[in-house]
Design a protein around this ligand. Sequence first.
Ligand code: NAP
Ligand code: HSE
Length: 433
Amino acid sequence: MRSPDSPINVGLLGLGVVGGGVLSALSRNGSTVPRSVGRPIRVARILVRDPDKPRDVEFDRQILTADAASVLKDPSIDIVAEAMGGEYPALDYIRTALEAGKSVVTANKEVMAKHGPELLELAARRGAHLLFEASVGGGIPILGPLTRSLRGNEIRGIRAIINGTTNYILTKMSHEGTEFADALREAQELGYAEADPTNDVEGIDAGYKLAILASLAFHTRVAAEDIHLEGISRLTGRDFRYARELGYVIKLVAIATDRDGSVEARVHPALVPEDAPLAKVDGVLNAVEVEGDLVDRVLFHGRGAGSMPTASAMVGDILEVAWSMANGLPAAGFLTLDREVSLCPISDLVTRYYIRATVLDRAGVLAQMASILGNLQISIASVIQKEVGLNDGTAELVITTYHSRERDVQQALRELAGLDVVKEIGNLLRVEE
Ligand code: NAP
Ligand code: HSE
């Protein structure tokens, strides 16, 4: 039996960008921590792949280990803070820690998006905490407010920009006219995008985060693989210029909406009105807008990644668990994800659209295109024609529509692509008012 003022021991899994931030923050703010918790907090052991690697943080290197069992099986470790990333072995380590009755704090969106409900049930069975604020929006406090402060609301929807790498790339393309490949290279040079940027650029990272947000908001299980995902690699500088002419910016949006018992969840680039709050979220910043029946709309905005912002979220969770332990309180699991809902297929979506096409620049072309759209009940809101300067007799048409059904728009695109006068469908984007 440990004395009531003995330290609460943390086993840190990972000492990279986030783990290093957690270790520094706990040391930096160490003097204030015990006061708020009532007992000292000590990082007792740190799991890494390579204990001999040089590290930027100062600490007693004797606590480094490459042996996971020496953290997970040590009865003196009270809280496991996972900042390794990836699905495996992180999932196995989190399970092992929870099975042993240890509380877990994690930044791992992939694990929480794919296995969150199962892990939360395991934590509840073992009387342990499982907190994951850092897994969505880095330093932005969003999961705490969503599950506590806003829980009196019926949440109607979430609209978010939750990937900093893609938001940085899109901001460069929009403000400086940089093309995608160059903006991506810059993001990699600045350390925002990884060497393999697929997860960010293809919307997979944002999809994991939206799965977590939607599950918590709608008290259900929204699986990451059921979310419609489209990335940003097919956007060109011309799309940004045309969007601006129309009064929009282009953002990678993550949207989840409760449609009377069925949930619509999607991640894709979209035109957003330039005066909308999300349009002003630039660079690596993230923002999450939540709409509830009582609160109306609230916007959470801030640094969605980075060492210290993400550490801020993880340390907050560690302190919350430590405070419960110091005060002898049980882990109170009030997250219920048991609501039965179906997921709307993307073909059922009704929204406005932007279509960019290269066409022969001659009489009657627009009439043929308008006829296809009209036959499918797709009403045109605006048309812009641009000569693209190739001197090959073609022009670029940008058509925006009023609200239309996705499946009709996709059918229209197939029919438009089949016209002799249409050389190429350049892009189809959704317009989110
Ligand atoms: P990172 O810099 O690559 O660090 C990963 C750390 O985990 C390293 O210290 C590495 O050890 C250790 N590690 C990885 N695999 C291991 C294994 N199999 N066994 C033992 N140690 C292992 O990653 P990060 O950017 O800090 O991200 C960590 C987590 O936070 C991820 O889930 C990520 O999605 C999430 N997150 C990151 C950010 C961000 O801004 N970076 C923001 C929000 C959430 P070595 O040092 O020896 O290689
Ligand atoms: N790759 C992520 C991003 C890091 O760019 O937002 C934070 O989860």
